[in-house]
Design a protein around this ligand. Structure first.
Ligand SMILES: *[C@@H]1O[C@H](CO)[C@@H](O)[C@H](O)[C@H]1NC(C)=O
Ligand SMILES: *[C@@H]1O[C@H](CO)[C@@H](O)[C@H](O)[C@H]1NC(C)=O
Ligand SMILES: *[C@@H]1O[C@H](CO)[C@@H](O)[C@H](O)[C@H]1NC(C)=O
Ligand SMILES: *[C@@H]1O[C@H](CO)[C@@H](O)[C@H](O)[C@H]1NC(C)=O
Length: 402
């Protein structure tokens, strides 16, 4: 009797076994969504910022997006621009010491964020971060629509979850504007003048976002140099509408701006807003700065023992400003509830992951030099997204007991 019962079932059971084997193996090896266990593992005791890049040939098959993502910015779209060896470059996985870092699960993440919004404020390196985030989250809601309200420069609304993620461009955070010199006859020549910075006033682009975002990620850093603001067209700092006297140089001005903007953020976005400050994204100009034919035609990450030579300020390398800037920012954030998003160290390894000469325009390198500052997408900022989403999850978990 039993054999008569089992025999018609047997082929079916075999089929079922294969089907489920196929199902689970596809979950494990192919689907980026199911591969993530980030919401069941608590990383509370682990420093996600300290670790190593490990070669993982499966990593690239897990990439969420390609050259067709509608949120791309052309110069960072390294698939479209045919950056050499991109598949190889994107086969490295960041592995924090002593714990795992899983890829974001866009559906679960958007589900957790339902009716909430995430804002980024800062320079183009935060925009680079947001483009990665939008392209990834789109896999959780293909109905994602471009969103540019409240002063946003770039963003998306995810209708299935009622979530908005957007970037507000504010390169110095404070408001600044070009002020041409008036000649005695009151005529503006246009070539001479100053950049007036109101240290205590946020730039218009993010002055009207109070109450809208539940998570905010700030940065500033890449514009505080004499290439952007040459000595003959200097930054001049004002407070309460009055010229600060004696006038501040650029590095003191930076400290005063940070102090004032941090105070503004603390007052304007109280404790129930989750606030991060992204530390500096390192550049990788080799053999000269951006305007001295500096290049980054690398094929693999730097070794850990090379990092100090590149970045430690006392070694006076071309890219030393990242760590210098971080020290100033770290000081300005002491005693606040703004968390450091210390992505500098993990990014320092990745000399191989910039757009370099593959910028999608013939004349781009001749005009601006190689881009060894922004990142290819897909690329390193995808790992920033994995880390940020983990930290947001951990924080909501702690405060809401989710
Ligand atoms: C950032 O993390 C790296 C690696 O753990 C560490 O060496 C560095 O001191 C950290 N920087 C700050 C400002 O916390
Ligand atoms: C969408 O989220 C906002 C908060 O960002 C909330 O005010 C609004 O009521 C939500 N809309 C719906 C339809 O749930
Ligand atoms: C950069 O390279 C070009 C072409 O090789 C050369 O003419 C120019 O002098 C170089 N510039 C610097 C600053 O080295
Ligand atoms: C790609 O990277 C590999 C490994 O470093 C290297 O051997 C190869 O020459 C690179 N190919 C190109 C076209 O740069």
């Amino acid at each position: 009797m039993p054999s008569k019962l089992t025999s018609p079932l047997f082929p079916f059971l075999i089929l079922l076994t294969f089907a489920s084997l196929y199902f689970f193996s596809s979950l494990l090896s192919l689907s980026p969504i199911s591969k993530s266990h980030s919401f069941s593992i608590s990383n509370n005791n682990c420093n996600l910022f300290n670790g190593n890049w490990v070669f993982d040939p499966n990593r690239k098959t897990n990439s969420f997006y390609d050259n067709t993502c509608p949120f791309h910015r052309n110069a960072w779209n390294c698939i479209r621009n045919q950056r050499q060896n991109l598949t190889f470059i994107n086969s490295w996985k960041w592995v924090p010491h002593g714990c795992g870092l899983n890829r974001i699960d866009p559906v679960r993440f958007l589900g957790m964020m339902r009716n909430r919004n995430i804002g980024f404020v800062g320079d183009s390196l935060n925009e680079n971060f947001v483009v990665s985030f939008l392209c990834i989250l789109r896999f959780g809601d293909e109905g994602a629509k471009k969103w540019k309200k409240k002063g946003a420069w770039r963003g998306a609304y995810f209708p299935k979850f009622n979530v908005t993620v957007a970037y507000h461009r504010a390169v110095l955070l404070s408001k600044y504007k070009w002020q041409p010199k008036q000649s005695e006859a009151g005529i503006e020549d246009g070539s001479e003048g100053i950049y007036r910075v109101d240290v205590d006033v946020p730039a218009d682009d993010w002055a009207k976002i109070s109450g809208f975002y539940d998570v905010l990620v700030f940065n500033t850093g890449h514009w505080w140099n004499y290439d952007k603001f040459p000595k003959e067209k200097p930054l001049v700092f004002y407070k309460d509408g009055q010229l600060i006297v004696p006038p501040l140089g650029m590095s003191d001005g930076l400290k005063v701006v940070l102090g004032n903007m941090v105070a503004y953020i603390q007052k304007e976005f109280p404790g129930n807003t989750l606030k991060f400050w992204r530390l500096q994204s390192p550049r990788h100009f080799y053999g000269g700065d951006w305007n001295q034919n500096g290049s980054c035609l690398f094929n693999k990450p730097l070794e850990e023992n090379e990092l100090d030579l590149w970045f430690e300020p006392r070694n006076n390398g071309v890219n030393k400003e990242a760590r210098q800037m971080n020290r100033v920012i770290e000081d300005a954030l002491k005693g606040t509830d703004i968390q450091l998003l210390n992505l500098t160290h993990l990014s320092e390894f990745r000399a191989d992951a910039h757009p370099a000469i593959w910028l999608g325009r013939q004349d781009a390198v001749a005009i601006w030099g190689q881009d060894c500052m922004h990142w290819c997408l897909p690329g390193v900022p995808d790992t920033w997204v994995d880390i940020l989403s983990q930290l947001i999850h951990d924080s909501f978990h702690r405060t809401n007991g989710l």
